[in-house]
Design a protein around this ligand. Sequence first.
Ligand code: ACO
Length: 322
Amino acid sequence: MPYSAIAGTGSYLPKRVMMNQEFEALVDTSDQWIQDRTGIKQRHIAADGETTSDLAFEAAKAALESAGVAADEVDLIVLATTTPDKVFPSTACLLQQRLGIRDCPAFDIHAACAGFIYALDVADRFVRTGGAKCVLVVGADTYSRILNWEDRSTCVLFGDGAGAVVLRASEEPGVICTHCHADGRFEDSLHVPSGISAGYDQVRAEAAFIQMRGNEVFKKAVSTLDTMARETLASHGIDKKDVTWLVPHQANMRIISAAAKKLELPMERVVVTVDKHANTSSASIPLALDVAVRDGRIQRGDLLLFEGFGAGFTWGSGLVRY
Ligand code: ACO
């Protein structure tokens, strides 16, 4: 069976909903500004002590259930996150333990908001080359932990969440193609300036929070997503009119609308969750996918285009027959 296909989807959002209005007491902003510039109305925030693996566990359980797959059938776990529970072991290993799975390979992918596309790409390659038959592909992040709550240009943009898919070996594609890219020259446009190797003193000196030149990221995201969508469709001779649903990374409503316009797709065929979830980084694409599958918009046989763009810069796409 040379292909992989999505057998089931799942997602999880923390219980606490934080509305835009709550930021008005924290920084110089307004609900109006946030909605006008981003389309965001609210986001979910993890409870004290609730970690990325907790979110991933709930999303993974839901995906396994919807696929009708028992946890012990999973023979690979690929988890995209940039907010792991621990430096090590990987969050994928923590998830494996929580699910009671033994022996299968499990590892994290670190590609910011393009993380789920990278994870899907890797998982699909494992299946195509016979290295796995049933893969749990997860995107999970708790960006509330790496936000500077005094920086209005970033703190209003993100939320916490997790999404998952079960990929199974299949006679038919399934995953038609994936494309991944990176350009490290844009390191400083969007980053958390210090990590563990800088030493804990540096991290404690408030260098452990997101910093972003939003306008620069915005422009690059819009132009890159257009090029990438054209490249992806052309690689398989698919006309943009044949795409049933665009399921983009959810960072900003204006970026999503621009991508849809370039593809000449009406907004009725774009899955939008940024208004309710804000930017959940690695989780945003599988979360949006799961929402649209469960509410009946996405049907078996639909042609889906996934697009992600994030820090690195990293970006990627996936064309999937659901
Ligand atoms: N409330 C009120 N005013 C604000 C806020 C806020 N929350 N944030 C910024 N402003 C102000 C700025 O200070 C600036 O004021 P000034 O003109 O007096 O200097 C003004 O608003 C305009 O700022 P811009 O940054 O030019 O606003 P822009 O229209 O670009 O919107 C935004 C900002 C929403 C961040 C947008 O640039 C964006 O969405 N960028 C892309 C984000 C993204 O896609 N990230 C990638 C994925 S994330 C990842 O990989 C981790």
